[in-house]
Design a protein around this ligand. Structure first.
Ligand code: GDP
Ligand code: PGA
Ligand code: MN
Ligand code: MN
Length: 611
């Protein structure tokens, strides 16, 4: 059996020295670490302090082990090549172990917690033999901040520790904040590759048996077998989304798969916007957008996760709880995202990108042509017959402070004006529309669907429903999650942010994108800002409010009138067919589905049938 969560443990006193604990660590932290060490039997225990010296030690260890190689063209930058089967999140191996299967709901893989504890107990038994166990105290959000939370990740992967340094606030301040409280999330990760005495290690050790397990009631995370970001950096998807969504339900706030930005105009107009798109559907790009229209500027606040709480003023206040960006490399270029290109000129960990002959990184979409003499993501001379040079889910990991666009006050909460939902929809879904009210907005969020991307295992291109872009990340029954969103609207009342749907990915008959996207998306944000301010005109349609003729700024864009029409075309027949699918999707939630969503569905159908 895996040891119980610290809140429940009888806290048998453990000598801090026996697990190398720093002076002053809470005895319950020490006891829990000792219980994990007893099970996993590491050769050594190291507590992460988050210092640059520690980061350098981790880099040296990984260079020595061959886990990373230098990227000579970029100071302090490295390339990690993963095992070819350890390249993305594994939704089929992700489990929500609630006491009651109904609490996991129909969209999650449920396992009974007692039997999962037994399975994991077997796997973690001796799983760190011959390796160093790292104890990583971290804070999501600034230590002690009003929307922040604490956690500890234990791992036997130096790649995970180094990545956590960039992605979270690691170290002594977080550990000190845990003194006298058990309000922190325990998370255990093992690559599941114990080393026998004298055994030669491999560059990317992992295990083909994988479990990414969450225990929502006891707020625990246990992950085995994979070292890929979303499966292994447990602060990110596992804590900040799956466990935090449960905490948010219980405590009256929201934990969401969203970017967060501030859009400012020279004339003083300011808008704070959060946006949920499924993985690899444009969050990082939108968060770093460089507007093509004059007067506007975007400041980045976050690119993947947003925690939001109603404030004393009745508005919804938001933070990005992370400390860095774990971005999709392919498609990133000077043209599409110059901000990201600038931020990864130094101090970056690349994973599964290609290496050029002159010691730089490369991926599909960075330049038109692949340079001569590339080494592909698996370390082979590049041959198109083997597939792309960089893995389609190749990533870069950098600290938030490295983004030239980062807002100077990015660690502070901001009041939200607008929330947008989107996905990759090659047909049917218009460029932008506004929800009529909060409940309709929740309907729009709950019916998001998108083509699958390489960010998770599965068939790329297949359309699936991904409500709120949270399908893989909601730690409880999504029907209850929809209700929680509807309740939030009642609480916020007239202070609630306005809700919108966007789609950058509509295609023409030849398969090309209709909308130029990237920096031009600022035009859509400008219309959204206008709707929030009450200055932009809209037309009510069956599926929502669309820009009135002339209210969306298309000046200077080389778009034919027919293309613009196509971007906003609503095909009632196709939408009625879509509603059949929505109804079937809703049906699986049974009585957990809030009646408000049924009301919205019926309203949209009635409007479509009566145009
Ligand atoms: P995230 O995973 O949601 O953060 O998505 P990213 O911002 O990393 O983008 C994922 C992929 O979509 C990258 O290859 C981008 O180049 C591409 N992308 C992002 N925004 C747009 C856009 O507005 N239009 C088009 N056509 N592609 C986009
Ligand atoms: P993404 O984050 O949303 O930027 O792709 C990683 C993921 O969701 O797996
Ligand atoms: Mn994500
Ligand atoms: Mn991203």
């Amino acid at each position: 059996l895996i040891p119980p969560a610290p809140t429940r443990s009888a806290a048998k006193p453990v000598k801090p020295g026996s697990v190398n604990a720093p002076e002053g660590a809470d005895p319950r932290v020490v006891a829990w670490v000792a219980s994990v060490a007893e099970l996993t039997e590491p050769a050594d225990i190291v507590w992460a302090d988050g210092t640059p010296e520690e980061y350098q030690r981790l880099i040296d260890i990984m260079l020595e082990a061959g886990t990373i190689v230098p990227v000579p063209k970029r100071p302090n930058s490295y390339l990690a090549r993963s095992h070819p089967d350890d390249v993305a999140r594994m939704e089929s191996r992700t489990f929500i172990c609630a006491e009651d299967a109904d609490d996991a709901g129909p969209t999650n893989n449920w396992r009974d917690p007692a039997s999962m504890r037994q399975v994991l107990g077997g796997l973690f038994d001796g799983s760190m033999r011959g390796r160093t166990m790292y104890v990583i105290p971290f804070s999501m959000g600034p230590v002690g901040g009003p929307i922040s939370k604490l956690g500890i990740e234990i791992t036997d992967s130096p790649y995970v520790v180094a990545s956590m340094h960039a992605m979270t606030r690691v170290g002594t301040a977080a550990l000190e904040a845990m003194r006298g409280t058990t309000d922190w999330v325990p998370a255990v990760h093992s690559i599941g590759a114990p080393l026998a005495e004298g055994e030669q290690d491999v560059a990317w050790p992992c295990n083909s048996t994988r479990y990414i397990s969450h225990f929502p009631e006891t707020r625990e995370i246990w992950s085995f077998g994979s070292a890929y970001g979303g499966n292994a950096l447990l602060a990110k998807k596992c804590f900040a989304l799956r466990i935090a969504s449960v905490q948010a339900r219980d405590e009256g706030w929201l934990a969401e798969h969203m970017l967060l930005l501030r859009m400012k105009h020279e004339d003083g107009r300011v808008m704070h916007l959060a946006g949920a798109f499924p993985s690899a559907c444009g969050k990082t790009n939108l968060a770093m957008l460089q507007p093509t229209i004059p007067g506007w500027k975007v400041e980045t606040l976050g690119d993947d996760i947003v925690w939001m709480r109603p404030g004393e003023d009745g508005r919804l206040w938001a933070i990005n709880p992370e400390n860095g960006f774990f971005g999709v490399a392919p498609g990133t270029s000077e043209k599409t995202n110059a901000t990201a290109m600038a931020m990864m000129e130094h101090d970056t960990i690349f994973t599964n990108v290609a290496l050029t002959a002159d010691g730089d990184v490369w991926w599909e979409g960075m330049t038109k042509e692949a340079p001569e003499g590339l080494i592909d993501w698996q370390g082979r001379p590049y041959d198109p017959a083997n597939g792309p040079a960089a893995h389609p889910n190749a990533r870069f990991t950098v600290r938030a402070e490295q983004a030239p666009s980062i807002a100077p006050d990015w660690e502070e909460a901001v009041p939200l004006d607008a929330i947008i939902f989107g996905g990759r929809r090659p047909t049917q879904v218009p460029l932008v529309l506004q929800a009529r009210d909060w409940e309709h907005g929740v309907y729009v969020g709950s019916t998001v669907s998108s083509q699958q991307t390489a960010a998770a295992e599965g068939t790329v291109g297949e359309i699936r429903r991904d409500p709120f872009a949270m399908l893989p990340f909601c730690g409880y029954n999504m029907g209850d999650y929809f209700s929680h969103w509807i309740d939030m609207g009642h609480r916020l009342g007239r202070h609630a942010p306005k809700i919108f749907s966007v789609n950058w990915f509509r295609r023409d008959a030849d398969g090309g994108f209709l909308w130029p996207g990237f920096g031009e998306n600022a035009r859509v944000l400008e219309w959204i800002a206008g709707r929030v301010a009450g200055t932009a005109a809209g037309v009510d349609t069956a599926i929502g409010i669309m820009p009135a003729e002339g209210s969306l700024n298309l000046e200077g864009l080389d778009l034919d009138a027919e293309v613009v029409d196509e971007l906003f075309e609503i095909d009632p027949k196709a939408w009625l067919t879509e509603l059949v699918d929505v109804e079937a999707f809703f049906g699986q939630f049974g009585h957990a589905l809030p009646t408000g969503l049924v009301r919205q569905l019926n309203h949209v159908r009635w409007r479509l049938e009566h145009v």
